[in-house]
Design a protein around this ligand. Structure first.
Ligand code: TNX
Length: 777
C-alpha cells in the first residue's frame, strides 16, 4: 500500500516537474529574467490594440512610440497611443505602460510584466525598466518583429507570461575600437541597438589611439585633419603595409546623433580618449605635447609606442583639458574613460622636464609620474561633474581618489581596486576579448590570437569569490571588448561580437544561479533567427564539427572521428571533397580510411545545415597511426594532437594556433617511428611552418635515418635550410628520397636554429620550430 502511494507521489512530482520544465522551454528571453512563468495562450495584436500610457508622461509616450514604430516597421499592426489619467481603468485589448505600482526593490532598471490573453501590463519605477520590459515583449513576439521587410502572414501575438525582472549588475557594457578601424555612424547605431536589445546599458566608444584620432575637436582641428588619417595599414601579421591612406572621424554633430540614439535606448555612451600612452595620432598632429617634440607619424602597424604625452610640460595638460572640455559637453555619461594602459616610461626617464616634475612633486619613479598624470586629469574631470575610468594600469603608482577601474589583464587589478573601495568593471582578456578566436582558427577569419569560445564567455563569473560582500559591491559589472586591429568591416565586427555579446549580456543581467548552458543555447537558437532577420552577421562557430583522427581500438592504428557539442543535431559528411547535404552519410562512430581523402562535415538540424562546413585532408601513408617514440619533447603550449601527432594524417595551415602544429621551443624534434615490419621506403617527408614574426623558424637541418632494429640507425639523408633574414610566413615539406630502401624503423631529427638572430625583434630568445606530419611512402 505504502509503496503504491510512494510511487504515485513520485509520478506526480515527476509529472509536475516535467510540466514546469516544459513550460519554461517555451520562453526564449535572453537575458534570462529573474522570475518568469509562462501562462496559457497569448495576446493578439491588431489595428485596434492600443498602448495606454499613464498620465501625460513624455518619457512613457516616447517609449510607446518606440515600441509601436518597431512593430509597424516590421509590418505589424499600427498601435494607437492613448494618454490615460486613471490608473485603474480596465485593460481591454490594450498594452498598459505604467510608472506606478512596481516593486521598489526592482530599482530603476527592473520591471514587472504581465501578458494575458486579455491584455498587457508593464510596470516599472523608471523609463529604463519600461524599456527593458519592451525588449522582453519583443522577444515574446514572433522573430519577424526584427525584420524590416514587411513579412506577410505573421500572426502578431505576444506569449502570455508573468515576469519580475531586475539586473544583477548596474554596468553592462560593450566596447568598440573605432581607431584601428573606423566604423560608420549607421553601424555604430546598429551596434548600440543590438546592445540595448540584450539589456546592456553602456557603449564604450574607443575614439583615439596610435592609429587614428576619430572625434572632431573644434579647438584643435589638426587632430582630425592630420590625426585621423594614416598612410597605410599593416597587412595581416607581417611587417608590410598596404600603403593606402586610411581615415575617418566623427563630427561633433554625428557624435550628438549617436548619443541621442543611444539615450533613446537607455544606453550611455562612454567615450575613451587615450592618455598618456596610445596617443601617437594626437602627437602626430601636435608633436609639442610629446617629450621628444619631434615630428611623428601615425602608426600604420599595431603595437605600443614609446612616444607618449609629456607630463613634464604644463601645456600638455592644458591641451588635454581643452579636448576634454569639448568631450564633456558632448557626452552626458558620468564616466569618461582616459585609457591609461600600456604607457612605456622610457621617454619620461630621459626627459628633463619630466624629471623636473618628479622632483617638484616628490615622485619616486615614473610609475608615480603616470599616477600624477591620471590624478591631475581626474581632478579636472571631477570639477566638471565627471568620474574618471581607466584600464587597470592606473593602479600603478596609486589610484586617483574616485576613479573606476576596468580590469583587463585578468582579475587582479579589479580585485585590488575593489579592495581599495573603487568601482570596477570586469573585462578580463580570457573571457571578454571578442577579438580572440571563437572557433577552430583554420576556419575562422584571421584574429589577433587567443581563444574565447561562446561557452567560456557564458561561464564567466565577474565577481571574484575572494572579495568580502562589502568589497564585492564594487564589482559593478562586466564588459566585452572589440579591438579592431584585424577587424576591418562592420560585418566582421558583428561576426566577432555575436553571439558572444549575448552570452555576456546574460552574465551581466541574470543571477549566477540561473545560468544554464543547455538552456541558454536552446534559447539562443531562436535568437539566431531574429539576428538573421535583423541582418546581423553572427558567427556560427559554436556549431562547428571537429574532424579528427583518434587512436583505434586497442591503440592500433587511427580512426576518423567527427565531433560536435550538439547531441540533438546530426553530423553528415563526405569523403570526396563535395559539400555535405542533408542526404550525405550520417556520422555514427569513428571509422577507418584506406586512402588519403578530403573529409567534409557539417551539422544538420532537421535537414538544415546549421554550421560552416569543416574540411580536413586526412593523409593515409605507411606511417599513419604507427607507434612513435619521442626522443625530445614538444612544448606544452603547442602540443598538436599529442604524442601521435606526427603520424595522425593531419596537416596544418598557416593558422599556427589551430592545434595541428606541434611546437618545439628552443629544442629539436626527434622522433622514431616503428613501421611494424621491414618495408620498402621510397620517400620520407616532414612538414614544417615558418612564421618569423611569431618567432617560428624552419629547422636549419633535417636528418632522416633508417634502422632494422630500432637501435642502430643509418643516416639516409640530410636537408639543410639556411636561415635567411626576412619576416615571411611559409609552409614547407622537407622530402628525402630513399629509392626503395628497406627498413622497419625511421627516425627524423629536425634541428632548431637555437636563438632568434640579431636582426630579429626577439634576438637571443629561443626559436620555435613547428611540425605537422612525418609521411612515409
Ligand atoms: C591591449 S586592452 C590593448 C589594446 C589592444 C588589445 C588587443 C588594452 C587596454 N590595450 O590597445 O587593441 O590589447 O587585444
Amino acid at each position: 500500500m505504502r509503496s503504491t502511494f510512494q510511487l504515485l507521489l513520485f509520478i506526480s512530482i515527476l509529472l509536475s516537474s516535467v510540466f514546469v520544465f516544459g513550460r519554461n522551454k517555451t520562453l526564449n528571453i535572453i537575458p534570462q529574467p529573474t522570475e518568469q512563468k509562462a501562462l496559457r495562450g497569448s495576446f493578439p495584436l491588431n489595428n485596434s490594440t492600443s498602448i495606454i500610457i499613464q498620465g501625460s508622461n513624455k518619457e512613457l509616450h516616447d517609449l510607446a512610440v518606440f515600441f509601436s514604430e518597431k512593430i509597424k516597421l516590421a509590418g505589424g499592426p499600427a498601435l494607437q497611443i492613448i494618454n490615460e489619467k486613471s490608473e485603474t481603468k480596465k485593460i481591454r485589448n490594450a498594452i498598459y505602460f505604467s510608472l506606478t505600482g512596481a516593486d521598489p526593490a526592482l530599482g530603476k532598471e527592473g520591471y514587472e510584466l504581465e501578458v494575458t490573453k486579455k491584455g498587457i501590463l508593464l510596470k516599472a519605477n523608471a523609463g529604463n525598466g519600461i524599456f527593458y520590459g519592451i525588449q522582453s515583449l519583443f522577444q515574446l513576439m514572433p522573430p519577424e518583429v526584427e525584420s524590416t521587410s514587411n513579412p506577410s502572414a505573421i500572426i502578431w501575438q505576444v506569449q502570455a507570461v508573468r515576469i519580475k525582472d531586475t539586473p544583477r549588475y548596474s554596468y553592462r557594457g560593450m566596447h568598440l575600437d573605432c581607431s584601428r578601424h573606423f566604423f560608420p555612424v549607421d553601424f555604430v547605431k546598429k551596434y548600440i541597438d543590438l546592445l540595448s536589445m540584450y539589456k546592456m546599458n553602456t557603449f564604450h566608444w574607443h575614439l583615439t589611439d596610435d592609429q587614428g584620432w576619430r572625434i572632431e575637436i573644434k579647438k584643435y582641428p589638426k587632430l582630425t585633419t592630420i590625426g585621423a588619417i594614416r598612410k597605410g595599414t599593416q597587412l595581416a601579421k607581417t611587417d608590410e603595409t598596404d600603403n593606402k591612406p586610411y581615415g575617418g572621424f566623427y563630427s561633433q554633430d554625428q557624435v550628438k546623433e549617436v548619443v541621442a540614439y543611444a539615450a533613446q535606448r537607455f544606453v550611455r555612451v562612454m567615450p575613451e580618449i587615450e592618455m598618456p600612452g596610445h596617443s601617437i595620432a594626437a602627437l602626430a598632429a601636435y608633436p609639442k605635447y610629446s617629450c621628444r617634440q619631434v615630428p611623428l607619424e601615425i602608426r600604420t602597424n599595431w603595437g605600443v609606442s614609446d612616444d607618449v604625452f609629456c607630463p613634464g610640460n604644463d601645456s600638455t595638460f592644458i591641451f588635454i583639458q581643452d579636448i576634454l572640455t569639448e568631450v564633456i559637453a558632448l557626452f552626458p555619461s558620468e564616466y569618461i574613460h582616459v585609457g591609461g594602459d600600456e604607457c612605456p616610461k622610457s621617454q619620461w626617464a630621459k626627459c628633463p622636464k619630466c624629471q623636473q616634475r618628479m622632483k617638484t612633486e616628490g615622485l619616486k619613479n615614473e610609475l608615480e609620474l603616470q599616477s600624477y598624470f591620471i590624478k591631475r586629469i581626474e581632478k579636472f574631470l571631477n570639477e566638471h561633474g565627471k568620474k574618471l575610468v581607466g584600464w587597470d594600469e592606473i593602479l600603478e603608482g596609486g589610484l586617483p581618489a574616485q576613479a573606476a577601474v576596468m580590469s583587463w589583464r585578468g582579475f587582479e587589478g579589479g580585485i585590488e581596486a575593489a579592495k581599495q573601495g573603487h568601482d570596477v568593471m570586469m573585462t578580463p582578456g580570457h573571457y571578454c576579448y571578442f577579438d580572440h578566436y571563437q572557433g577552430d582558427p583554420s576556419y575562422e577569419p584571421l584574429a589577433i590570437g587567443g581563444y574565447t569560445n561562446l561557452k567560456e564567455v557564458y561561464s564567466f563569473e565577474p565577481t571574484p569569490a575572494e572579495l568580502s560582500p562589502e568589497q564585492a559591491k564594487h564589482i559593478i559589472g562586466a564588459q566585452g571588448n572589440l579591438w579592431t586591429e584585424y577587424i576591418e568591416t562592420p560585418e566582421h565586427a558583428e561576426y566577432m561580437a555575436y553571439p558572444r555579446a549575448i552570452a555576456l549580456a546574460e552574465v551581466n543581467w541574470s543571477t549566477a544561479k540561473s545560468r544554464d548552458w543547455e538552456d541558454f543555447t536552446r534559447r539562443l537558437k531562436s535568437h539566431f533567427n531574429r539576428l538573421s532577420l535583423k541582418k546581423v552577421n553572427y558567427a556560427k562557430s559554436l556549431y562547428e564539427v571537429a574532424i579528427n583522427t583518434i587512436p583505434g581500438k586497442d591503440n592500433k592504428g587511427m580512426m576518423i572521428s567527427l565531433n560536435s557539442d550538439w547531441k540533438d543535431m546530426a553530423i553528415r559528411y563526405t569523403l570526396d571533397n563535395s559539400d555535405p547535404t542533408e542526404k550525405s552519410l550520417l556520422f555514427k562512430e569513428a571509422f577507418s580510411l584506406s586512402k588519403t581523402s578530403i573529409a567534409k562535415a557539417g551539422l544538420f538540424d532537421n535537414e538544415q545545415l546549421k554550421s560552416r562546413i569543416s574540411t580536413k585532408t586526412i593523409l593515409i601513408h605507411k606511417a599513419f597511426g604507427k607507434p612513435v617514440t619521442l626522443l625530445q619533447k614538444y612544448s606544452p603550449k603547442y602540443v598538436g594532437h599529442g604524442d601521435p601527432s606526427m603520424v595522425d594524417g593531419q596537416k596544418g595551415t598557416a593558422a599556427f594556433r589551430a592545434g595541428e602544429w606541434q611546437g618545439y621551443e628552443g629544442n629539436d624534434l626527434e622522433q622514431v617511428i616503428d613501421l611494424g615490419e621491414p618495408i620498402l621506403i621510397n620517400k620520407i617527408s616532414a612538414g614544417f611552418l615558418k612564421n618569423i614574426y611569431s618567432w617560428i623558424f624552419f629547422p636549419v637541418k633535417v636528418e632522416f635515418y633508417i634502422s632494422q632494429d630500432g637501435k642502430t640507425f643509418e643516416l639516409a639523408g640530410t636537408i639543410e635550410e639556411p636561415l635567411v633574414k626576412g619576416k615571411g610566413v611559409d609552409l614547407k615539406t622537407f622530402v628525402q628520397d630513399l629509392q626503395g630502401k628497406s627498413a622497419r624503423y625511421i627516425k627524423v631529427h629536425a634541428v632548431n636554429p637555437g636563438v632568434c638572430p640579431a636582426w630579429h625583434e626577439a634576438a637571443g630568445q629561443p626559436c620555435w620550430i613547428f611540425a605537422d606530419e612525418i609521411e612515409v611512402e
